[in-house]
Ligand binder design. Structure first.
Ligand SMILES: [Zn+2]
Length: 240
């Protein structure tokens, strides 16, 4: 039985927003200072949540399609070395893994089998609920709604609502600059603007990603890893 057979509960978007806000508040309390953009997700993961960030290109991460993973038992977040140079993707990956910690860790640890290899991965033809939730959390954490609103309000004149993809790209770039969201990609801000209702009538912009959750250390790649790796590589479609 793998982690995929665990059923995770639905979490509302507003609840995900609140949980991201709560995490920032808790970090502010422990750091003793207000947090502004760029949201320091690396520091939140390391200094507040106690995770070690391991940048690697070994094993599963030889494939750049694996952007990240989280190992709850070891308190390690693994990030593919291929994204290290991409500020936006690197920070979104860490924020996404923090999302798994906040939203899924407890449920996962309570429901896994003792002999569970602890691997959670993408399902064929669908982005699993937990991955969508972790993405939503990452967006809310890196781009808090009130900071996005303030950035938009500071712009002299902006096209919003039913706008073209090109106009959305321009708006995202303006918001990133005005709000100092320097660790956020243009695509991520586009999607945040859609999610918050500043842009309407278009699909979410996509890139690609894949990650997995493990309960045990991923240093020694087991047979099931290699099997998963082959299987995933051949069948999955990736987003982000
Ligand atoms: Zn994930």
């Amino acid at each position: 039985m793998s982690a995929m057979s665990i059923e995770f509960p639905e979490v509302s978007l507003s609840d995900i927003e609140r949980q991201a806000e709560k995490l920032i508040e808790a970090y502010e309390d422990s750091a003793g200072k207000r947090v502004r953009a760029p949201i320091p997700v690396e520091s939140i993961a390391e200094h507040h949540l106690g995770y070690q960030i391991d940048i690697t290109d070994e094993g599963l991460f030889a494939d750049p399609n694996y952007l990240g993973g989280i190992v709850f038992d070891e308190q390690v977040i693994r990030v593919n070395a291929s994204v290290e140079a991409h500020e936006g993707r690197y920070n979104f990956t860490i924020a996404h893994e923090i999302g798994h910690h906040v939203l899924h860790r407890e449920h996962y640890l309570a429901h896994r089998d003792t002999d569970d290899p602890g691997i959670m991965c993408r399902e064929v033809n669908a982005k699993p609920l937990v991955e969508r939730q972790a993405d939503q959390f990452a967006s809310a954490l890196l781009m808090p709604a009130d900071l996005v609103r303030k950035a938009i309000e500071s712009l002299p004149e902006v096209a919003m609502g039913k706008i073209s993809v090109k106009a959305l790209r321009v708006l995202a770039s303006q918001v990133n600059k005005a709000g100092q969201f320097s660790n956020v990609s243009n695509t991520a801000m586009c999607n945040r603007l859609i999610a918050l209702g500043y842009a309407r009538g278009m699909d979410y912009q996509t890139g690609k990603s894949i990650d997995f959750l493990r309960s045990s250390d991923a240093r020694g790649y087991s047979a099931i890893d290699r099997w998963l790796y082959k299987k995933l590589k051949s069948v999955l479609k990736f987003f982000r």
